[in-house]
Design a protein around this ligand. Structure first.
Ligand code: NAD
Length: 325
């Protein structure tokens, strides 16, 4: 039986990944500061509550031979967390420390398996993302570097560190750049939620004819990838010989205004959009999946509309359970 360690297994992508690995027959240990918010901790074989900034935690969790380590733990959130500037020091310090520990201790135990690192589309330079009709960011667009957030700079530094440990210590790394992953069982309020979940919540809470707030003019564009497609991409990358970095995203570009309208249609509500000032990030971001098709034979299968339907209904259901709608 293969053994996998999922760091950040209490988070959105991490707990979905841990569940998938269990379904594939792996023995799974998850590690996080917290249990998953919306699923049982005993879905995995062992759930360790621990702070991955602490070296002692790494010594404890690497007590057996893992075939695969998935490093998803990071201090992160949506635009309201990452782009205000207020959390920059913590984001850089906490996430870098986790990655420094991860690689150092894998080197120390002479790790022979594969380690997956979750980088981000936020590493791409701002100057390539000024046009809402973004043609799609290729992996090679990362340099000359110029991310628009400290979150992106930490991810870029850590990507390079994973590659350096590969070159110098033969650590077998795989690096994906996730582009806006969304789906059910993700954070939808509290300040760390991302645009799709935040908009689903706003639409679900509003009564027909009311208005919902949109940060900026809403003409900023993004592409969003449904969680099941993201996990398939991660697993294909891990099973391939390609180290990455590689985009795991979608090429279906949409403006935030159009996304809000799509959610209104799904909800059967007619709402007004009230544009207010707020952190919006870059003007236009899309993924180019040419390399993913070539190297790992992967592309998304679930359309944005299908994914948003599932996500909206899940969030509306949570709000109903809390008697808020
Ligand atoms: P998430 O915030 O839901 O999950 C991250 C998890 O890391 C959280 O459960 C958090 O508690 C845990 N964590 C943070 N600090 C920790 C620490 N010191 N010790 C132990 N655990 C700690 O985020 P997610 O959306 O599941 O993202 C997973 C990974 O993918 C992250 O590295 C993120 O940067 C990356 N990523 C995600 C997206 C996306 O759209 N969701 C896009 C690009 C990159």
């Amino acid at each position: 039986m293969k053994k996998a360690l999922v760091c950040g297994g209490g988070g959105f992508i991490g707990h979905h990944l841990a569940r998938r690995l269990k379904n594939e027959g792996y023995w799974v240990r998850s590690v996080d500061l917290k249990y998953p918010e919306y699923s049982a901790k005993d879905e995995v074989d062992d759930f360790v509550i621990g702070d991955l900034r602490d070296p002692n935690v790494w010594v404890k969790i690497l007590d057996r031979d893992f075939d695969e380590v998935y490093q998803l733990a990071a201090d992160m959130g949506g635009a309201g967390f990452v782009f205000t500037g207020e959390n920059d020091a913590d984001i850089m310090h906490n996430s870098a420390l986790i990655n420094l520990n991860c690689l150092y201790y894998l080197k120390e135990i002479k790790f022979k398996g594969k380690v997956f690192y979750s980088s981000s589309a936020c590493i791409y330079p701002e100057y390539k993302q000024t046009d809402p009709n973004n043609p799609g960011l290729k992996e090679s667009d990362a340099y000359p570097a110029g991310p628009d957030s400290e979150y992106g700079w930490e991810k870029l530094f850590s990507e390079r560190m994973y590659l350096a440990f590969n070159r110098n210590y033969r650590i077998n790394v795989r690096i994906a750049r996730f582009h806006n992953i969304f789906g059910p069982e993700g954070t939808y309020e509290g300040g760390r939620e991302k645009a799709p979940a935040a908009l689903c919540r706003k639409v679900a809470l509003a009564k027909d004819g009311e208005e919902i707030e949109i940060w900026g003019d809403g003409e900023q564009t993004r592409s969003f990838l449904y969680i099941d497609d993201a996990l398939e991409g991660v697993r294909k990358l891990m099973d391939s010989d390609f180290l990455g970095p590689i985009n795991i995203g979608s090429e279906e570009l949409i403006s935030i205004n159009s996304l809000a309208k799509m959610i209104m249609e799904i909800a059967g509500k007619n709402l007004k959009l009230k544009h207010i000032s707020g952190p919006t990030g870059v003007r236009g971001r899309n993924a180019d999946l040419t390399l993913a098709r070539q190297k790992i034979n992967w592309e998304p299968k679930i359309s944005l509309r299908q994914g948003i339907e599932k996500t909206y209904h899940w969030i509306a259901e949570q709000l109903k359970k809390q008697r808020r709608i």
